[in-house]
Write a protein that binds this ligand. Structure first.
Ligand code: SF4
Ligand code: SF4
Length: 500
């Protein structure tokens, strides 16, 4: 069938710069560039280009430019180019449209409408270069009050706590969805930074077992790789109920990504599709969730916090309250812009709510019910910079997960082709050639640099606000003001309008 889809990207090769070195040919897994034997020049199949920029970055003579095809459609607010092209794709494929990464639609990004405070005359600011600033955070259930005996010895039994040196952790990305070298980069970075990385739902590869003290392991509906040893090897165990990129549906790792090593780690046959059901087949109520939480606590001798991750949906605050009462020590709220290796485009772009609103609602509800101390809250889903992190903490998070930002540090250019398994940057792929493009040593250093940079910036922001500990910012919405938001939005965020 003749495709009616226009070419999305124009590949321009400057003939005065190109030295016919073929680097672009070997770098592109989508087979855009090819060497024409007839006239001995490198040419392009532009239709194949996904805009991942690998060839542009690696061309030794800067001969390449990738541009969006400036093809003009008639202006139509309803039938926009993307809408037309999606219909054309489905008319040709007859299937669901798949995509990778997070929601790219023009929903309000509330972080950009929230501004942080800074001290001026009274309550002077603190200079982080001269005074100690505390970024460490403890995750886990806190007691309502502490009791001491006559000798001043603490008598309250504390639930297990996990100390993070910075409130930034790495989000769940499973082996199979990302390469082992990506996980190794994140595990090394987490260990060096004093924070945690997360296995996602694909099990723990034996080579990563030594990073256990800095590892969160996931228990998802597919139960891939889950056994007592897996649970005991981790610092935190996370039950994944939902994720922001695809609330309400399960996961699907295509069989071609289930290589020998992935199959062993997931404990499934090679080449079979890894289908995670939408629900856990043993959880249909908060009581069922409680049973799983306590089964995990039993297996791990009540020594490890149990976290529960949900997607941000309409009744997220009530769900979070139920989870805390069911015994969750940490709750993770994953917003609309959370990323994934593969999701139906219709779900990714139309289901769920923004993290900012969900986070504020959860924090408010838990405070109103007097149970905020009983669980830590982790915010996740599209956090882009240190400012987003500081604002998330001011809205009520104890810590955050970053996923896409960490992958961008590793080279990802957000081309959204993760579901194809052909990631040119060696990130979302099991291809043995492509996965070598991530050097775990260099990868870890790039991620460490990113988180160090953000942590320094957060310290600067804290100092500017006149506080010397991240704990003093948590849920302190007086440090936030809103711009360009309606009264209802400000009310849900619990933030005053700028100028008030
Ligand atoms: S990588 Fe650059 S110089 Fe080499 S063939 Fe491609 S366009 Fe030409
Ligand atoms: S991980 Fe790879 S395929 Fe996915 S968006 Fe990033 S560069 Fe593209």
């Amino acid at each position: 069938m003749k495709s009616f889809l226009p070419t999305r990207f124009i590949v321009e090769r400057d003939p005065t710069r190109c030295i016919q070195c073929n680097v672009c040919v070997t770098q592109c897994s989508f087979k855009v560039h090819y060497f024409d034997e007839d006239d001995h020049t490198v040419k392009a199949h532009e239709d194949n280009c996904v805009g991942c920029h690998r060839c542009v970055v690696f061309c030794p003579t800067n001969a390449l430019t990738i541009r969006r095809n400036p093809l003009e459609y008639r202006t139509n607010a309803n039938w926009r180019p993307e809408v037309i092209e999606d219909i054309l794709k489905q008319a040709e494929s007859g299937g669901m449209l798949l995509t990778g990464m997070g929601d790219d639609k023009n929903h309000t990004i509330y972080w950009d409408h929230l501004l942080l405070n800074a001290s001026q005359v009274t309550n002077p600011s603190i200079d982080p270069l001269r005074e100690p600033m505390e970024l460490s955070t403890y995750l886990g259930r806190k007691p309502d009050r502490l009791t001491f005996d006559e000798a001043g010895i603490l008598t309250t039994t504390l639930a297990p706590q996990v100390k993070l040196e910075t409130p930034i952790m790495f989000a769940a990305m499973s082996y199979g969805a990302v390469s082992l070298n990506v996980q190794l980069s994140l595990a090394r970075a987490a260990t060096e930074l004093g924070t945690l990385w997360n296995t996602g739902e694909g099990g723990l590869h034996p080579s990563l077992a030594r990073y256990g003290p800095n590892t969160t392991v996931q228990v998802a509906s597919g139960r891939y790789g889950v056994n007592p040893e897996y649970l005991r090897s981790a610092r935190i165990i996370e039950i994944k109920i939902g994720q922001g990129a695809k609330p309400g549906i399960g996961g699907h790792l295509p069989g071609e990504k289930v290589t020998d090593e992935v199959s062993k780690t997931r404990m499934i046959p090679i080449g079979t599709d890894a289908l995670s059901p939408a629900p856990h087949h043993d959880i249909y109520s908060i009581e069922d969730l409680r049973q799983l939480i306590y089964a995990i606590k039993e297996v791990t001798n009540y020594e490890k916090p149990v976290s529960v991750k949900i997607a941000a949906v309409h009744n997220v605050a009530a769900i979070a309250s139920g989870m805390v009462r069911a015994g969750a020590d940490i709750i993770v709220v994953d917003g609309l812009r959370g990323a994934t290796g593969a999701a139906p485009k219709a779900i990714r772009d139309s289901v769920g709510i923004p993290l900012e609103l969900a986070l504020a609602s959860v924090d408010t509800r838990l405070r109103e019910e007097g149970i905020r101390n009983q669980a830590s809250v982790v915010a996740s889903g599209g956090l882009r910079c240190s400012g987003d992190v500081a604002k998330a903490i001011a809205l009520g998070a104890d810590a955050v997960y970053i996923g896409t930002a960490a992958l961008i540090a590793l080279g990802c250019h957000v081309c959204q082709q993760c579901y194809t398994g052909k990631c040119n940057w060696g990130i979302c792929t099991s291809d043995p050639v492509l996965t070598k493009r991530i050097n775990p040593e260099i990868g870890a250093q790039r991620v460490i640099n990113l988180v160090r940079g953000w942590s320094l910036e957060i310290m600067d922001m804290l100092g500017g606000m006149g506080v010397n500990a991240i704990e003093s910012l948590r849920g302190n919405r007086l440090h936030l003001r809103g711009v360009g938001l309606s009264d209802t939005e400000l009310e849900i965020l619990g933030v005053r309008m700028a100028g008030r």
